[in-house]
Ligand binder design. Structure first.
Ligand SMILES: Cc1cc2nc3c(=O)[nH]c(=O)nc-3n(C[C@H](O)[C@H](O)[C@H](O)COP(=O)(O)OP(=O)(O)OC[C@H]3O[C@@H](n4cnc5c(N)ncnc54)[C@H](O)[C@@H]3O)c2cc1C
Length: 437
């Protein structure tokens, strides 16, 4: 039988090893941390939660809550570990992080089919089927291998993205559709106009807002991003700098022909036209600060943020270009990817790709057609997103209802009716998928 190598025993790699062992395969699980830790690892255990101890909402009305339920149906080891290590956290699934990682480490150590190898992989073995699950902080040697595999243009080192909001949360009584200088045949951009008073208030809140820690911080970070400055960094260069950058009003008159002091533009972010990003607003602000400050933009007072802006080290590949929809490399069918490196974002999202990669490695080794859950499931919608997103400006994505196939629900049934319908449909579709495979 063909050898299976998994590179990285983080969340997705550990999950994939467990899922493959359940299907009867022996797995070599390579992990470097006991020889050399990265800047955020603090223990020798596998599947370390490097930052928050929360796997976020456990509410089925929330997409990540439904995603976790789908993973329970898929018998996820990581979710079992989280239930075992659960600590009280309201509607969230938060864990004692030591207990959580110890549970996973023991489950893998005790498994006779899983061979944990403390080694930094620096070369991909062409004879083996390989799952690359080396995470957002892949070691340099592995980065070089991935570069050789994909080419430099399709492997990214930093994430510098603007917040993304749902289109249906934009107040179109204030915002208006128009392209700058009315170029193009369709009105692609949504514009949020500002008076001088509104700008001054926004500007003061922006430059005084709290920055995130642990990611790229302060002035030092700007040298990485001269072409892609954080919006607050640009603002700190001068009161009017933004008016010559992402808040430039020129060419964006109101529909009645009047002019604005400043304009913030929103650009379509997904093929379905349900998500919009705030153009040029890549940021290093804390997430609650982003919500507070960016909601001051007229038209965004009730904005629903599905992804906050971030600027941090993050290795991820250009999945829409290089992977097929089964997490397999288009140019080498022996190689699969899982985890944050595929362009999903978050503990839970990373883990679920480990399950899907394992299912498909099994199918591949059995010469059976590869599979992916339908995009009415949160799992399927995430994989669909990383598969169909723009190849020229691919940005990572968390679980959210904005990426799932739309359902028409009568609004009179209450504000949660749509989410309930999404969740029920997702779980029914996942059960059907599991029965089929
Ligand atoms: C600083 C930081 C903070 C984050 N905070 C959160 C958060 O609070 N909440 C959240 O939901 N998500 C967070 N994330 C995002 C992400 O969900 C986690 O990083 C998650 O652990 C990703 O899972 P993974 O399996 O892709 O990678 P990881 O869990 O990082 O696993 C990858 C493993 O591969 C190993 N490895 C790397 N290179 C090699 C090599 N050459 N050979 C062998 N092993 C190798 C690493 O040591 C690591 O153990 C954060 C990311 C970062 C970078």
């Amino acid at each position: 039988m063909k050898k299976i190598n998994i590179i990285g025993a983080g969340l997705s790699g550990s999950e994939a090893a467990y899922q493959l062992s359940k299907r009867g395969y022996s797995v070599n699980l390579y992990e470097v941390k006991r020889l050399k830790r990265n800047s955020v690892q603090v223990t020798n255990n596998l599947a370390e939660l490097v930052c928050s101890n929360s796997l976020r909402s456990d509410d089925l009305l929330n997409a990540v809550g439904t995603l976790k339920e789908e993973m329970r149906l898929l018998d996820s080891l990581i979710i079992k570990a989280a239930e075992f290590a659960r600590v009280p956290a309201g509607g969230s699934l938060a864990v004692d992080r030591e207990k959580f990682s110890e549970y996973v480490t023991k489950a893998l150590n005790d498994n006779p089919l899983i061979n944990i190898i403390d080694e930094e992989v620096s070369e991909i073995d062409n004879e083996a089927v390989t799952l690359i699950a080396s995470g957002p902080l892949t070691t340099e040697k592995m980065q070089n291998q991935i570069n050789d595999l994909l080419g430099k243009d399709d492997f990214y080192f930093y994430d510098a993205v603007a917040p993304i909001i749902t289109k249906d949360s934009i107040n179109m009584d204030i915002a208006f559709r128009k392209n700058r200088y009315e170029k193009g045949e369709t009105e692609d951009y949504i514009n949020c106009p500002m008076t001088k008073e509104q700008y001054d208030h926004f500007y003061n809140e922006l430059i005084n807002a709290e920055l995130a820690i642990g990611h790229l911080e302060g002035e030092d970070s700007f040298k990485y991003f001269e072409g892609c400055m954080p919006v607050e960094g640009m603002a700190k260069r001068g009161e009017k700098t933004l008016l010559f950058g992402p808040m430039k009003p020129q060419g964006l008159r109101n529909l009645d022909g009047t002019t604005n002091y400043a304009v913030v533009q929103l650009r379509q972010d997904d093929a379905k036209d349900s998500l919009y990003n705030i153009v040029g607003f890549q940021t290093n602000l804390k997430w609650p600060e982003q919500k507070r400050v960016f909601s001051l933009i007229p038209g965004l007072e009730n904005a629903n943020f599905v992804r906050y802006g971030v600027m941090h080290k993050n290795n991820f590949i250009n999945s829409p270009k290089v992977l097929n929809s089964f997490l397999q490399l288009k140019t080498n069918s022996n190689i699969f990817f899982a985890g944050q490196i595929t362009g999903v974002e978050g503990y839970v999202e990373s883990t679920v790709t480990g399950i899907i990669a394992a299912i498909n490695i099994d199918k591949y080794l059995n010469n059976q057609p590869l599979v992916v859950p339908p995009s009415s499931t949160v799992t399927g919608a995430l994989i669909n997103y990383i598969n169909k997103a723009s190849t020229t400006n691919f940005q990572p994505m968390k679980a959210n209802w904005g990426i799932i196939d739309e359902i028409d629900v009568d609004k009179r049934n209450g504000k949660n009716a749509k989410k309930e319908a999404y969740s029920q449909r997702a779980l029914a579709a996942m059960k059907e998928f599991i029965d089929k495979i």
